[in-house]
Design a protein around this ligand. Structure first.
Ligand code: HEC
Ligand code: HEC
Ligand code: HEC
Ligand code: HEC
Length: 217
């Protein structure tokens, strides 16, 4: 009896520790079998393993200890430059897109959500808008053939500040920011762990706060 109480207390005390991942638990990025998300695994109970692994992570990713098999689907932009004339990168194997490639490996619909680099960890994922384990519909599927419907990726702050709009120098302390290569990537604006502000945005988007971090209009 005393032992059971001890175990109950030990389990109770461990709950806050589990909740530390915190804001990812039961969000759309919690694909574990116990998640309340509508898209989730029937076989894999670990939340983190869909993106990270402790050993032998993905060497071609700029994202830490990356576990998910990477997409090879290139991007098509039409026009092929921004309005300022900057050429948009298309090759998924390029260093320029390495950060966004991690996200597109689930969001472009070509790689199964449970296709992990470390094959023994592979997982079956099912739910609405998922066919053969891949994301195949809904607004969260980003079509790589029509990337012009999305904010530019893999490009730097323009050197010239004149033009239609100006670009701000973003303080290194800003959550919304260019990546370590100085390029815009998905996680310039999104924090895949934290859904506090909805759609995994890094800060409250009210008043255009995300956009005004880089743009001065
Ligand atoms: C849907 C994909 C995804 C899932 C699931 C995920 N992560 Fe991440 N994680 C990322 C990405 C992408 C980055 C890189 C973020 C960046 O560099 O801006 C990252 C970065 C990290 C980092 C390094 C950055 C830091 O803040 O120190 C740690 C540690 C981490 N994740 C832990 C976890 C843990 C623990 C879990 C499970 C509770 C988890 N992640 C689940 C995508 C994910
Ligand atoms: C392991 C697969 C996986 C990876 C990697 C992944 N996502 Fe997701 N993401 C999903 C799934 C599944 C959904 C839910 C789709 C649905 O419900 O239609 C989702 C939903 C989202 C949503 C919508 C959330 C909402 O509230 O509607 C955003 C935003 C998002 N992801 C951004 C990202 C970004 C940014 C990255 C990279 C940092 C990323 N995702 C990496 C699987 C992934
Ligand atoms: C410049 C900032 C920015 C970048 C870069 C960015 N997003 Fe978003 N994303 C947003 C904002 C803001 C929203 C909220 C709703 C909206 O404006 O469409 C959003 C919404 C989403 C959604 C929800 C579906 C929708 O259309 O609303 C998904 C999924 C998503 N982003 C994934 C990604 C992925 C994957 C990448 C990289 C390939 C990425 N985002 C790059 C700012 C960004
Ligand atoms: C991390 C910095 C950053 C953030 C945050 C950001 N942008 Fe941008 N934005 C850029 C860069 C860099 C360019 C491309 C500059 C160039 O053309 O060389 C760009 C280009 C654009 C363009 C022109 C696209 C084209 O094809 O010419 C629009 C419109 C735009 N951003 C809107 C937004 C909106 C709306 C938001 C908020 C949701 C936002 N941006 C957030 C950095 C950012």
């Amino acid at each position: 009896m005393r032992r059971n109480i001890f175990i109950a207390i030990a389990l109770g005390m461990s709950i806050p520790a589990i909740a530390w991942g915190g804001t990812i638990a039961n969000t759309k990025h919690d694909l574990s079998s116990t998640s309340t998300a509508s898209i989730k695994s029937t076989t894999q109970g670990d939340t983190c393993v869909f993106c990270h692994v402790s050993h032998n992570g993905q060497p071609a990713s700029f994202r830490p200890l990356w576990s998910h098999s990477l997409t090879t689907q290139n991007l098509t932009w039409a026009p092929t430059t921004t309005v300022r004339g900057t050429t948009l990168p298309t090759s998924m194997a390029s260093a320029q897109l390495a950060g966004s490639r991690a996200c597109m490996s689930c969001h472009d619909g070509t790689v199964a959500l449970g296709d992990l680099l470390n094959k023994p960890l592979d997982a079956t994922v099912a739910g609405p808008n998922v066919t053969a384990g891949k994301l195949t519909g809904g607004i969260n599927l980003l079509n790589p053939a029509t990337m012009q419907t999305n904010h530019p990726l893999g490009i730097a702050k323009p050197a010239a500040v004149t033009g239609f709009t100006a670009f701000k120098t973003v303080p290194t302390t800003s959550a919304v920011n260019y990546d370590s290569q100085g390029l815009v990537q998905c996680d310039s604006c999104h924090n895949p762990h934290d859904n506090t502000f909805g759609t995994f945005l890094k800060i409250n988007p009210a008043g255009g706060a995300i956009c005004f971090t880089c743009h001065d209009v």
